[in-house]
Design a protein around this ligand. Sequence first.
Ligand SMILES: N[C@H](CCC[C@H](N)C(=O)O)C(=O)O
Length: 279
Amino acid sequence: MVSSALNFTKMHGLGNDFVVLDGINQCVDLSTAQIRHIADRHLGVGCDQLLLVEAYDGADAEFRYRIFNADGSEVEQCGNGARCFARFVYDQGLTQHTTIPVVTASGRIVLQIQADGQVTVDMGVPVLEPAQIPFISAQRQTLYTLETHTTSVALAAVSMGNPHAVLQVPDVESAPVSTLGAALESHPAFPKRVNVGFMQVIGRDHIRLRVFERGCGETQACGTGACAAVVAGRLQGLLDEQVTVSLPGGDLQIRWQGEGQPVRMTGPTATVFRGTLTL
Ligand SMILES: N[C@H](CCC[C@H](N)C(=O)O)C(=O)O
C-alpha cells in the first residue's frame, strides 16, 4: 500500500535529528526511496534518521522501533533515537510507564524517563569479537591498524548493536572527519560499513567526540558512538567508569563498569514540531 499522508513528529537528541512516525495509529509502508526523500533537507522534512514506532507482541516489550539512516539503510541501534522514542511514546500517550522496554533490530533495551526529563538508556553489553561487529580481523585486539588509500590508522572496533570504529586524535576540531570518516565508513574491513568516531581524551572522566555516521555523514551527536568511544577508551586504560562525552551538539553521560557489563547513557531529548507528510 502506498502511504499518502502521514503524521510525523520532528525530534532531536543533541542535534542528531529524527523524523518519528507512529506506525501504530497509522499505516506506514515506505520504500527506501521515500525514506531518502523524507530525510532530504531540501526536498523533504530533513533528518539524520527516520524512526518508525510499532507495536510489539512479545512478552517483554510493548513496542519495537525501526531505525533508517538518511540513505534509507535500516540499522540495528540508535542511542539518541532511543531517548527520543521514549519521549515520543510517553508524550503521545502510547504508554503511561516511565520505564519503557523496546525491541530494535539488535535486541531489547530498556529506557528510563527521569524526573528532570532526561532519559537513561541501558544500551546493552558492547560486542568486541570481530566477527560479531562485524570487522574482518584474525583475532580480537584493543587497537587494529587499518590502511586506507592515503594513510594508515590505529582504531578500536566496537559494536553497540551497530558497528563503530573509534580513533584517538589530539584535537577533534582539526580531525579529518569528512575525509577519513568517509574512507573508513565504506572500508572493506567492515562488511556492513561502519560509524567512525574521532575521540580526544581531555581527562579520565571527559572526552570530546565527533562522529561520521554510517549512512548519513557527520552528525551533531551520536549516542551509540559515545558509548563505543567510552568502551574503546576504557579498554585502552584511558578512561574511568563515568565519562562526560562532549559532542558538537552537547554532552552525554556514559557509564560503563567494564567487560560483560552494559553501557548506560543519559541525555536529553527535544520535540521540535509536528506535521503531515504528503507522499
Ligand atoms: N548511523 C548509525 C545509526 C544511528 C546512530 C546514531 N544516530 C546514534 O545516536 O546512536 C548506524 O548506521 O549504525
